[in-house]
Write a protein that binds this ligand. Structure first.
Ligand code: NDP
Length: 294
C-alpha cells in the first residue's frame, strides 16, 4: 500500500508558467518591455534539440520573445563567443542560454564565463554561483530552484530540517545544497566517496537525489515520512523491451515509506524550463529597473 503524497511537478510547472505569462503581460502593458530569451545550440545532439524546441515553444507561450541560434557542430569557439558577445549587447535579449554539452573542441567554462552574469538565466556563471554561496542577489540555477519550489510547496517552512543532497555537480548538487542552507536546513552533501551512503540518507527529512544512477536509492534507505525529490533522469530498457525513463530513486519501494515523493517523469523535469522562464522574467525586470515578482 503506497502512502506517500505524489508531488505533481507537471501541474506545479503549468501553474508557474501561467503566473509568469500574467507577469509578462503586466510588464509589457506597464513598461513596454517584452522579455527575450536567446538559446544557442551547437551541433545536432537529438536530446538537446528536443530541449531547445521545448524551451522555444514555452517561451513564446508565456508571451516572451524567443531567439534561437542553431550553429553547426564545427563552429569554432571564437565564433561562438562572438555570438554570445552580440547577445550580451542586444537590449532585446534579457536571458542567454548555451545548451550543454558543447562539442569537445569548445571549452565549456569559457562559454559560461562569456555570458553577461545579468543575462545568465541558467545561473551557471561563476558570479551567480558566488552570489548564491554568499547570499547575494544573483540568478539561481533552474533545476535546483525548481526542486526548492516543490519542497516549499509541500513542506512550507524548511527551517531546521535535515537535508541530504546526493550528488555534488555544479549544476544540481552544489547549488541545491546552497539553496537549502539559505532556507536554514542542516545540509549534508553526499557523493561517490561518501561512506555508508544509505545511513546518511536514512537520517534525512529531505532527500534530494541527483546522481544519474537508475533506481539507486531504495525504500529501505529512506526515513519514514521523509520528502524525496528525485532529479535523476535515466533511460533504461523496460520489461517490454521499450526504453523508459526512471529516476535515481526506486519509486516502487520509496513510495511505501516516504511522506511525499516526486515521480519520474512528471516531477522535477517540467520545473526546469518553468524556472528558466522565471529567471528570464526576473532578468528582464532587473534590466529595466522594475522590481521582479516574488
Ligand atoms: P553529474 O554526473 O554531473 O553528477 C553526479 C553526481 O552523483 C556526482 O557528484 C557523483 O559523485 C555522484 N555519484 C555518482 N555515483 C554515485 C554513487 N554511486 N553514490 C553516490 N554518489 C554518486 O550529474 P548531474 O548533477 O548533472 O545530474 C544528475 C542527474 O540529474 C542525472 O540523472 C541527470 O540526467 C539529472 N538531471 C535532471 C535535470 C532535470 O531537469 N530534471 C537537469 C539536470 C540533471 P562524484 O562527484 O564523487 O563523482
Amino acid at each position: 500500500m503506497s502512502s506517500a503524497k505524489i508531488i505533481d511537478g507537471k501541474a506545479f510547472a503549468a501553474k508557474l508558467r501561467g503566473d509568469i505569462a500574467s507577469e509578462v503581460a503586466k510588464l509589457k502593458a506597464e513598461h513596454g518591455v517584452v522579455p527575450g530569451l536567446a538559446v544557442v545550440l551547437v551541433g545536432e545532439d537529438p536530446a538537446s534539440e528536443v530541449y531547445v524546441r521545448n524551451k522555444g515553444k514555452q517561451t513564446l507561450e508565456c508571451g516572451m520573445n524567443s531567439y534561437e541560434h542553431k550553429l553547426p557542430a564545427a563552429t569554432s569557439q571564437e565564433d561562438l563567443l562572438a555570438i554570445i558577445t552580440q547577445l550580451n549587447n542586444d537590449p532585446k535579449v534579457h536571458g542567454i542560454l548555451c545548451q550543454l554539452p558543447v562539442p569537445k573542441h569548445i571549452d565549456e567554462n569559457a562559454v559560461l564565463a562569456a555570458i553577461d552574469p545579468a543575462k545568465d538565466v541558467d545561473g551557471f556563471h561563476i558570479i551567480n554561483a558566488g552570489a548564491l554561496a554568499t547570499g547575494g542577489d544573483g540568478i539561481a540555477p533552474c533545476t535546483p530552484y525548481g526542486c526548492l519550489m516543490l519542497l516549499k510547496d509541500t513542506l512550507g517552512d524548511l527551517s531546521g530540517k535535515r537535508a541530504v543532497v546526493v550528488g555534488r555537480s555544479n549544476i544540481v548538487g552544489k547549488p541545491m545544497a546552497q539553496l537549502l542552507l539559505k532556507e536554514n536546513c542542516t545540509v549534508t552533501i553526499a557523493h561517490s566517496r561518501t561512506r555508508d551512503l544509505a545511513e546518511e540518507v536514512r537520517r534525512a527529512d529531505i532527500v534530494i537525489a541527483a546522481v544519474g544512477r537508475p533506481n539507486m536509492i531504495t525504500g529501505d534507505w529512506i526515513a519514514k515520512g521523509a520528502t524525496v525529490i528525485d532529479v535523476g533522469i535515466n533511460r533504461i530498457e523496460g520489461e517490454n523491451g521499450k526504453m523508459k525513463l526512471v529516476g535515481d530513486v526506486d519509486f516502487a519501494s520509496a513510495v511505501e515509506v516516504a511522506g511525499a515523493i516526486t515521480p519520474v517523469p512528471g516531477g522535477v523535469g517540467p520545473m526546469t524550463i518553468a524556472c528558466l522562464l522565471n529567471n528570464t522574467l526576473i532578468a528582464a525586470c532587473r534590466a529595466n529597473g522594475v522590481t521582479p515578482p516574488k
